[in-house]
Design a protein. Structure first.
Length: 450
């Protein structure tokens, strides 16, 4: 594997020369194929023939159909063509979310490095070549809804009370906890709660968590369900199976939760309550006085009932027609909205307000393309609109993400404010340009009067 990576690195080297200095940047992955949820190790390296006068800014890494987790950066040195270069490498895990081909796009790296014999850093941007790998479908015979790639999986469960004295009407809470290594919480499958005769099942919201250090990642999922016992007798909770595939040793493993048998006892109090309800219903019917009354339909005379029926049918038809047209109009408007720049911007704001970097990376890519096809990334938008606040805000957020384990949430608010200001300025510029174009067209096509 090391030899293979070395060969790939050699072919991916990108020597760039200017100002008397040489810069080399490349990206490598540790495999050419992976399963959904399998972490692919991505290494991005940049080297200079002199040295770096500032921290290297890698910028955003946005990969379609994948989640990216940054671990750390390491300074190093390496010889190229017999000459020693100073460098820094960034280490990531890329988690595919869909089968097919995943392409790591060309990455822009901002550096500052002096030319030979100098001391003042010269700022510039270098790029890597795109890198692709294939994502395989879940192997035949394995349920995609129960698929997990992990280095380990721990499973345990607990009940809110002992199960040896359960009566009809009791509510018991069951919690299943799973923790897995080498994966994210998004990839731990949802538990399927079996339907069991005589029991009502009420699942609660799951609790998920992803933990990351500078070298490893792990995740956990805790799921809770409430069982309402409605009938006496024997109840069997079937065994539960969880599987995972270890990409390190290429082996499948299974974890089990054993079946549980519960003897549900009768509840005299509930039987008494049922008898009281039936008795009260019977007494109410027998106590009702019978008396002769005129023939009525729902308390109305036949003539009044017919008039009300006709009015109701006509009104219902009109309401149905209007509702049908209104629903079609609303659906059309919503379809247009879901494809609009406004909706994409709303999703972007939501991701930033929730401090969700992965959702922010995904939604920002969609939004800038909706804003204008000439923009590829937020950085591209900042450069083309000359928005220094946006560029600075993105740089600070990226720096915090790549250098710190925890990011100050205030940075997300700063990025959102900068994006809003840039968006407003862009729309203003577009309106002015459109207005000026309209004026120019009028002057170029005068209407003569005779």
């Amino acid at each position: 594997m090391v030899k293979t990576i070395g060969i790939m690195m050699t072919f991916l080297l990108i020597p760039l020369s200017s100002l008397g200095q040489s810069i080399i940047a490349y990206a490598t992955v540790n495999t050419n194929e992976a399963y959904i949820g399998q972490p692919v190790k991505l290494t991005v390296s940049v080297y200079t023939s002199t040295w770096f006068t500032e921290g290297v800014d890698l910028g955003n890494i946005q990969i379609d159909n994948a989640l990216t987790v940054y671990f750390r950066s390491v300074s190093n040195s390496r010889a190229f063509s017999g000459k020693n270069y100073a460098g820094v490498s960034f280490y990531y895990n890329v988690f595919p979310t869909e089968e097919g081909q995943i392409t790591i796009p060309s990455l822009s790296i901002n550096i500052a490095s002096p030319k030979p014999g100098g001391y003042k850093g010269i700022k510039r941007t270098v790029t890597t070549k795109p890198k692709s790998f294939n994502v395989l479908p879940v192997p035949l015979g394995y349920n995609p809804n129960n698929w997990l790639v992990a280095t380990y999986l721990n499973v345990n469960q607990k009940w809110s009370t002992a199960l040896d004295n359960i009566k009809v009407g009791d509510v018991v809470q069951r919690t299943i906890n799973r923790s897995a290594g080498g994966t994210m919480a998004e990839f731990i499958p949802v538990s399927i709660w079996d339907s069991i005769a005589g029991i009502s099942v009420y699942p609660r919201r799951a609790k998920v968590n992803t933990k990351k250090s500078k070298t490893a990642i792990s995740a956990s999922r805790s799921e809770t369900v409430n069982y309402l016992f409605e009938k006496e007798g024997e109840v069997v909770f079937p065994a539960t199976e969880y599987m995972y595939w270890n990409s390190n040793n290429k082996k499948f493993y299974k974890k089990y939760i054993d079946s549980v048998v519960v003897q549900v006892k009768p509840n005299p109090d509930l039987s008494m309550l049922s008898s009281i309800k039936k008795s009260l219903q019977k007494d109410t019917i027998e106590a009702a006085k019978t008396q002769e009354t005129p023939f009525l339909i729902f308390g109305l005379t036949p003539k009044t009932f017919v008039i009300y029926l006709i009015l109701t049918l006509v009104g219902g038809f009109i309401l149905f027609y209007i509702s049908k047209r209104l629903i079609a109009f609303i659906k059309l408007k919503r379809t247009h909205y879901l494809q609009s720049e406004g909706f994409a911007f709303a999703q972007l704001k939501k991701a930033l307000k929730h401090h969700d970097y992965f959702a922010f990376s995904r939604t920002s890519h969609v939004w800038v393309k909706k804003l204008s096809s000439k923009f590829e990334t937020l950085e591209d938008l900042a450069v083309q609109t000359n928005s220094k606040p946006l560029n600075n805000a993105l740089s600070k957020l990226n720096h915090a993400l790549f250098k710190d384990e925890q990011t100050n949430i205030a940075l997300y608010s700063e990025v959102l404010a900068a994006i809003k200001a840039t968006r407003q300025a862009y729309f203003k510029t577009q309106r002015i340009t459109k207005k000026e174009t309209s004026k120019s067209t009028t002057w170029l096509n005068p209407i003569s009067k005779s």
